[in-house]
Design a protein around this ligand. Structure first.
Ligand code: ATP
Ligand code: MG
Length: 526
């Protein structure tokens, strides 16, 4: 049972996991049962990218808005009729929370009659078996997977299957969804589903699609990993013109979108999480008139997507202008400017920049300049005890990086010279070695141990070989030795340190607390 929670935890991004935590706390505080549902479960199980988190609550999620906002969520759209809220949580984690409901379709082309329901009833109104699963996030049943239509089996056999024969008739947007999922996952429609699909196509069910569904399907394109492929499949099936009568692949800036997806992947590999959605929409509709773009935007329920898409060109222009000005006069300043810019804008400008200097700067930011970071002399810094444990380390490392970027530190020697004054004082020396009988006994210990196995003669020989082997310590042990050597200000301890030529003394490095205090006393007197 708990396996699915484990799978969820390893499959979600850290930001998505935090988002689950926020929603879970808010729902629990409100006394509502909460489930992770739909595509999120499908993607967790199948191993595909989890694009957004679909939650279902037994109750009205509209009541949770304030608490969700307190938890850091931004509500981006609300659909009162089906009691669904759309939100974005930190790190661009998109989510929707819907009310568990039944839908009764009484008239073709008219919205269904919606009634609050249990999660089990809710799963029956879903589009495909692979989307009709729910994972309980509730105390007592946490981790329980509800899979009434055996969606797991369909994921395994990679098929898309409707739940009943009237599925496409009731909601023709499922035809578009079927094509979209088949294109995205490269899965097949199950045989009977395919037959129903063909019949629905022939019967022109699509003419009855709801306007609101068109908006959802357009918005869904924004978050596809390979939007061009999906759009091509939609065009082939005749669905692209349903989303807008003049939409064809010819309206898409195919080169732009390919570049965009490549750069996005590059940024993701670097640890950024840019929301490529607005830029994807920009390129998918590049060759449309402004009026047509505006008409498409009006259909989309998520207003944050629309706003970001509308502003994308202006914001990119502003960033380009700053990149050409004094603010970006040096590589270090450019780095700082681009690091503080929204990753979405860096992504979009990387693909659309018209000025060569801007293009070059972004290119350097994403590639060449990152390699400069590797010029930090980390081993020597460790020897100087300049490590991430120092509170000022991030600032110092950043400063060195900036100087390296600007060519103000041109060699390792120069960098170390700059860093040396920041080295913290070395740690106190190791306790002084034992003297007298205790040291002798300890020094003889290894040989004695060998002697018991080899007999006294062989032990004599072995004593010599143990001593000879000790200096060949692993390389890791060499670093602290050097650090100790940097302690001229404490001559007493330097004297007390064991001479490297007498490796036997090493075993005497572990004094009992008593004997070490014995030794410090006379030193003080001296
Ligand atoms: P994606 O990965 O594109 O987000 P998804 O399956 O999660 O895919 P959403 O649009 O996020 O799709 O919807 C969430 C869930 O709501 C779906 O998995 C499905 O269970 C249900 N759903 C969405 N649209 C429909 C529909 N038209 N008919 C029936 N169920 C639907
Ligand atoms: Mg989803």
């Amino acid at each position: 049972m708990a396996d699915y929670i484990y799978t969820m935890e390893i499959r979600l991004t850290p930001d998505q996991l935090k988002a689950v935590g926020v929603v879970q706390d808010v729902a629990r505080a409100a006394g509502m049962n909460l489930y992770l549902t739909g595509g999120a479960i499908r993607d967790i199980i199948s191993g595909f990218t989890i694009r957004d988190l679909d939650f279902t609550v037994q109750g009205n999620p509209l009541k949770l808005q304030k608490d969700l906002e307190k938890g850091g969520a931004k509500i981006t759209a609300v659909e009162e009729d089906i009691r669904t809220i759309f939100l974005t949580l930190p790190g661009n984690a998109r989510a929707e929370i819907s009310m568990a409901r039944t839908e009764r379709f009484e008239k073709t082309g008219k919205p269904p009659i919606v009634t609050p329901a249990t999660i089990h009833e809710d799963l029956r109104r879903r589009d495909f078996t692979v989307n009709a699963m729910a994972l309980s996030l509730n105390e007592g049943s946490r981790g329980l997977l509800l899979d009434p239509f055996n969606g797991v089996a369909d994921i395994e056999t990679k098929v898309i299957r409707i739940l009943h024969n009237y599925s496409f008739l009731e909601d023709p947007s499922r035809l578009i969804r079927a094509t979209r999922f088949a294109a995205r996952f490269h899965w097949q429609l199950e045989e009977r589903t395919q037959a129903r699909y063909d019949a629905a196509k022939e019967g022109k069910y699509i003419d009855h699609i709801l306007r609101s569904s068109i908006g959802h399907e357009i918005a869904a394109l924004a978050h596809e990993d390979d939007p061009l492929h999906v759009v091509k499949m939609l065009e082939k099936e005749g669905w692209l013109e349903i989303l807008h009568e003049r939409w064809t692949v010819a309206k898409v800036d195919t080169n732009g979108i390919s570049q965009l997806m490549k750069t996005r992947q590059q940024m993701v590999d670097m640890g950024y999480t840019p929301d490529a959605g607005p830029a994807v929409m920009y390129f998918l509709t590049s060759h449309f008139s402004d009026k047509d773009v505006s008409d498409i935007q009006k259909l989309i329920p998520r207003k944050d997507l629309v706003e970001a898409w509308r502003d994308i060109e202006d914001h990119a222009k502003q960033l380009a202008k700053r990149l050409m000005g004094k603010e970006a006069a040096t590589p270090s300043r450019t780095w700082q400017l681009l690091s503080s810019a929204r990753p979405e804008m860096v992504l979009f400008l990387a693909v659309t920049a018209k000025q060569q200097s801007v293009e070059q700067k972004i290119k350097n930011y994403l590639t060449k300049w990152r390699q400069v970071q590797q010029k930090l002399p980390l081993p020597e810094m460790t020897e100087l005890l300049i490590t991430s444990q120092l509170p000022e380390y991030p600032k110092l490392a950043h400063e060195v990086f900036m100087l390296l970027l600007d060519g103000k530190l041109r060699s390792r020697t120069e960098t170390l010279k700059f860093l040396k004054p920041f080295a913290p004082p070395p740690p106190p020396p190791p306790p002084a070695p034992r003297r007298g009988r205790a040291a002798k006994a300890a020094a003889e210990a290894p040989a004695t141990a060998v002697a018991t196995k080899l007999g006294p003669k062989a032990a004599k020989k072995a004593k010599g070989s143990v001593a000879a082997a000790t200096p060949a310590a692993p390389p890791a042990a060499a670093a602290p030795a050097k650090v100790q050597a940097r302690a001229p200000e404490k001559p007493k301890s330097a004297k007390a340190a064991p001479k490297p030529s007498k490796p036997v003394a090493k075993s005497a490095k572990k004094p009992a607390p008593k004997s070490s205090s014995k030794q410090t006393k006379p030193k003080k007197k001296r």
